[in-house]
Design a protein around this ligand. Structure first.
Ligand SMILES: Cc1cc2nc3c(=O)[nH]c(=O)nc-3n(C[C@H](O)[C@H](O)[C@H](O)COP(=O)(O)OP(=O)(O)OC[C@H]3O[C@@H](n4cnc5c(N)ncnc54)[C@H](O)[C@@H]3O)c2cc1C
Length: 374
């Protein structure tokens, strides 16, 4: 049904590109727009869990991710001082699929952008939408450059502060701060680190994940203090090094080897599962625009790619666009609810100082549930 339909995708990030690729493969005429004139992404590493790898395999991009990122048999949980506790329960989901992995975000974007270009998808940059008007057989779109066009379907994949959501979904609200902030540092690989490591039992949970042959990223969660200004580069370096002071194992190695040239970022966390309906007429939301989560389960990107696959799949099977959108929402809501609610809950347990086995158990159980088909 979706072949030949004109589809506008607003937001060329992980979910938007995944949707563009699938729709183009099914024969739709896709236009992808992004507000960033240079279509960039910042330089962090990203964890690619088993379910995310499975979704990327269905998108045909698993081999490129394996080549340009890093894959692992699983992750290990340590006490913050470096004492090894146990393996995280992360089973490989399918024959030939690694249990987990990581990649630098710019590399993941380049892999997806290359596929978008290979499919000859029309990409317009430095552009957004200023008005969306549902008609009985399509959507009249006003662009921020003054142009107007009619599309059969508009997909809002423009992330947590979605402009499409603000224009067309008055029953939805903004993401709420969860009280934690996330520090990230990209650095060369500690010589003894092979797979993912998670350090619990300290007031600041932290971890290290490989994202290339010789690169890792370190993450740390701290209670968020409200500030008037962003941290300067020097403050980021000094504060993160101080936060790592009590840690052993490979985190101690990172603390002693980090330099001011390494990429460091701090971001307060926010999350929201938007209420249904996730579609209004022939406008629909996916990814962080409708299920923005915290990084605790490292599953936000995976959920965005899965939502893109399911949206394309259901629209292809359905007799009408509205029936396809309803089927998409029905298949996605509970699974995305599980990810957002479990992630927020794990953050609350960390803020309350719950012991590592309790937090690790909740995380493992949450990840295990995601192993099921979507
Ligand atoms: C600190 C942190 C760490 C994380 N770590 C992980 C992890 O390890 N693993 C994981 O799976 N997930 C992780 N996530 C979550 C993951 O990054 C997101 O869930 C995922 O990127 C969502 O994809 P998306 O397509 O919805 O949005 P994005 O990938 O953010 O893409 C949105 C795109 O829309 C564009 N855009 C924005 N506004 C507009 C507009 N008005 N008009 C047009 N274009 C617009 C942007 O330029 C961007 O290109 C993390 C999140 C955070 C905050």
């Amino acid at each position: 049904m979706i072949s030949g339909k004109r589809i506008l995708i607003v937001g060329g990030g992980i979910g938007g590109m995944a949707a563009a690729i699938r729709f183009a493969e099914l024969g739709s005429k896709v236009t992808l727009i992004d507000i960033d004139p240079e279509w960039r992404v910042y330089g962090a590493g990203i964890t690619i869990t088993g379910p995310t790898l499975r979704a990327y395999r269905r998108l045909g991009l698993l081999d490129a991710i394996k080549e340009q990122g890093a894959i692992a048999k699983g992750s290990t949980i340590f006490r913050y001082d470096g004492l090894r506790l146990h393996e995280l329960d992360e089973p490989a989901l399918e024959e030939g699929l690694p249990a987990t992995g990581g990649i630098m975000r710019p590399k993941l974007h380049r892999i997806m952008q290359a596929r978008v270009k290979a499919l000859d998808i029309e990409v317009r940059l430095g552009l957004s939408v200023s008005a969306l008007d549902n008609q009985h057989d399509g959507v009249d779109v006003a662009f921020t450059d003054g142009a107007r066009e009619r599309f059969d379907l508009v997909v809002g994949a423009d992330s947590i502060y979605s402009g499409v959501r603000r224009i067309a979904f008055p029953h939805m609200g903004e993401a709420q701060p969860t009280g934690q902030g996330c520090w990230r540092l990209s650095i060369k690989r500690p010589p003894t680190l092979e797979s993912g490591e998670i350090y619990l039992g300290h007031q600041y949970p932290a971890g290290i994940n490989r994202c290339a042959q010789n690169m890792v990223y370190l993450w740390m969660l701290t209670p968020h203090e409200r500030r008037e200004q962003h941290f300067t580069d020097e403050e980021l370096f000094v504060r993160l090094q101080e936060n790592l002071a009590d840690f052993g194992g490979n985190i101690a190695w990172v603390r002693e080897n980090m330099t001011r040239d390494d990429w460091i970022n701090y971001r307060p966390l926010a999350a929201v599962l938007q209420p249904t309906p996730w579609y209004m007429g022939q406008i629909v939301l996916l990814g962080d625009a409708v299920h923005a989560t915290t990084p605790h389960m490292a599953s936000g990107a995976g959920m965005a790619v899965e939502s893109a696959l399911v949206l394309a799949d259901e629209l292809d099977k359905a007799d009408t666009i509205i029936a396809g959108l309803a089927a998409y929402q029905a298949r996605r809501f509970e699974r995305c609810r599980h990810v957002v609610e479990t992630s927020v809950k794990v953050g609350e347990m960390q803020l309350a100082g719950e012991p590592p086995e309790v937090v690790g158990g909740a995380l493992g159980a949450g990840l295990h549930r995601l192993a099921g088909e979507y």
